[in-house]
Design a protein around this ligand. Structure first.
Ligand SMILES: Cc1ncc(COP(=O)(O)O)c(C=O)c1O
Length: 303
């Protein structure tokens, strides 16, 4: 597997181990940071790399920076140029995971809004091990963040404190992962992925009002499913007990891609095996991100 060579800080390429953020910065002390996780997939036929849905990731970053009142803005073309330079300099020979982290570098009082710095890293990322077998989830006793406390719709670093506690509890309890409920007790999402389930043959996912991240992959799945089947995806509240009625379920995200869920709270989902709707979406998703089918939505940006 290829190894990262260089990392980018504020536009400069450095040896990977030499990136630095001051411990007294707002970024470190108050988690005044927002980030994106993106993937550049290698087309196995041409060897070319393309970043998947770059524009949508940058738009979410812009929104996150606005919510956090950072006094800088990134444009799509600017990020495309920066990430192209980063990825080429690392000379990958396989898929690339890119993390773009933006933060207030100022040292001192909490209310400062700049200067804003950024770090972009490219690394290999193994395929999640549960992609084939599926994973078990447990509903967590940790509650998902609420919008007027720490807005979950943006990818703020601070939101992952709660996600991490949730994940650690799930592992300690013997599950592969967790599902979180909103303060109102509705299903929200997994610590680093969105959730979908199938009931009566119909695909359902919690709505944006269920304290979820505004996920790019969730939007991709909704679009692909509607194109494949002509059926809309229901975006609505899901009760905890409705989880046990699911015929199929999966989680999805840029890092997780699509992972079947085969058990929830130790009850089997359907027959306890990844289901046909999930498998079909996995195949369509990989064909799409790798550019093996025509890019009808202009989702792929060449590196
Ligand atoms: C909390 C959370 N939900 C959902 C997702 C999926 O988001 P996306 O599809 O934009 O990667 C992520 C991805 O990192 C996440 O951290």
């Amino acid at each position: 597997m290829w190894q990262p060579r260089v990392i980018m800080q504020n536009g400069e390429l450095l040896p990977y181990a030499e990136a630095r953020v001051h411990p007294m910065s707002l970024a470190m002390t108050y988690a005044t940071a927002v980030f994106e996780g993106l993937r550049a997939y290698r087309n196995p036929e041409t060897g070319a790399f393309k970043i998947f849905r770059l524009a949508e990731h940058v738009r979410r970053l812009q929104a996150g920076m606005k919510v956090m009142r950072m006094d800088r803005r990134f444009e799509v073309d600017e990020v495309a140029a920066l990430l192209t330079r980063l990825i080429r300099a690392n000379e990958p020979d396989d898929d690339v995971y890119v993390r773009l982290l933006v933060y207030v570098e100022a040292l001192g009082l909490m209310a400062q809004t700049g200067p804003v710095g950024f770090t972009a890293a490219a690394s290999p990322r193994e395929r999640p091990k549960y992609a084939e077998t599926g994973m078990s989830l447990g509903v967590s006793s940790w509650t998902r963040l609420s919008d007027n406390a720490s807005p979950p719709r943006i990818k703020a670093t601070a939101n992952y404190h709660s996600a991490r506690l949730t994940q650690l509890q799930a592992k300690a309890d013997g599950y592969d992962g967790a599902l979180m409920l909103t303060p109102a007790g509705k299903v929200s999402e997994a610590p680093i992925a969105c959730f979908f389930m199938v009931r009566d043959g119909k695909l359902i996912t919690p709505g944006l009002g269920s304290n979820i991240l505004e996920s790019v992959t969730r939007d991709t799945i909704i679009t692909l499913h509607e194109e494949l089947t002509g059926q809309p995806v229901a975006q609505r509240d899901v009760d905890r007990s409705e989880l046990y009625f699911a015929e199929e379920a999966f989680v999805c995200g840029t890092g997780q891609e699509i992972i079947p869920v085969v058990a929830i709270d130790r009850l089997p989902v359907g027959d306890g095996q990844p289901g046909p709707i999930t498998r079909r979406l996995q195949k369509t998703y990989f064909d799409t991100v790798r550019g093996l089918v025509p890019d009808r939505h202009e989702w792929l940006t060449p590196v």
